[in-house]
Ligand binder design. Structure first.
Ligand code: CP
Length: 305
């Protein structure tokens, strides 16, 4: 039985197979519409979500399966003090696979040690968000045709943004990737990631101004300032609008640069950018459904037909 805690749980070759499957699902959805008949997905979300929870649910329904779960810790027995370890033992009796989001880093990992069904980390605190990373990689591969030879700018809250941490971990396995980290001083990328990049001799720069880096980028990954991880509101208010990507800044970018964002967006991308053909963040959401369909099939070890 396999779980997904980090994008590194799959080898690069396994990821290629997963993305091939996702692309086949996109091209031939009818082939897969009964594959999960009789199977149930539990979505256990202890933290708010729109995309991750609903895309998992949409994925399972599109595969012919069923869904149960909770979207708020307050409506589950966590509110009475039940531990994640006990909860997953119950969920293992009710469902065949579980996607779990939790504000505490490592909580889905704890669940995986007690589960008798596959557990998927759907985001744990400021740590990892592996299915967002699968979504990001599938989007890049599908729209650019490759996952190597890129300069990627990651902009915004690089300290608390778990999607950024997961994506960097995944991308270092591909050839000739250069990272440009664009953030205010207070929201710099964590030192453990810098140390990892130095140890692997992977090129990176840390800068504050977005405009200066734009002409160099093949990909721009914008992120929201993570209000829920701040210790005081004053700091959040001071930093929340530090970056706003607008039409003027897009004029400095290459014709084929893609703008990605895990969403939700607050103010960091002006809505005027949405119509720019380089804005890929809503297409990214659709790829998130295909890749979660492929992931469910893979972890349940199902065969089409
Ligand atoms: N990208 C993402 O994780 O969105 P949600 O928080 O809405 O699930």
């Amino acid at each position: 039985m396999r779980h997904l805690m980090s994008p590194l749980d799959f080898t690069v070759e396994e990821l290629e197979k997963l993305f091939d499957l996702a692309n086949d699902i996109e091209a031939n959805p009818d082939k897969y519409k009964h594959i999960c008949e009789g199977k149930k997905l539990a979505t256990c979300f202890y933290e708010p979500s729109t995309r991750t929870r609903l895309s998992f649910e949409s994925a399972m329904y599109s595969l012919g399966g069923q869904v149960l779960g909770f979207s708020d810790a307050g409506s589950s027995s966590a509110a009475k003090g039940e531990s994640v370890s006990d909860t997953i033992r119950m969920i293992s009796c009710y469902a065949d696979i579980c996607a779990m989001r939790h504000p505490k880093e490592g909580a889905p990992m704890v669940a995986a040690t007690k589960a008798s069904i596959p557990v998927i980390n759907a985001g744990d605190g400021g740590h990892q968000h592996p299915t967002q990373t699968l979504t990001d990689l599938l989007t890049i591969r599908s729209l650019k045709g490759r996952l190597n030879h890129f300069t990627i700018g990651l902009c915004g809250d690089l300290k608390f943004g778990r999607t950024v941490h997961s994506l960097i971990n995944a991308l270092v396995r591909y050839e000739n990737i250069k990272f440009i980290f664009i953030s205010p001083e207070e929201l710099r990328i964590p030192d453990y990631i810098i140390d990892m990049l130095k140890a692997k001799n992977i090129p990176f720069e840390e800068v504050i101004r977005l405009e200066d880096s734009m002409p160099e980028l093949d990909l721009l990954y914008m992120t929201r300032v993570q209000r829920e991880r701040f210790f005081n509101e004053e700091d959040y208010v001071r930093l929340k609008d530090f970056y706003i990507l607008d039409k003027k800044k897009m004029q400095c970018a290459r014709e084929d640069m893609l703008v990605l964002h895990p969403l939700p967006r607050v103010n960091e991308i002006s809505v005027e950018v949405d119509d720019d053909p380089r804005a890929a963040y809503f297409r990214q959401v659709q790829y998130g459904v295909y890749v979660r369909m492929a992931l469910i099939i893979t972890l349940l070890e199902l065969q089409e037909g």
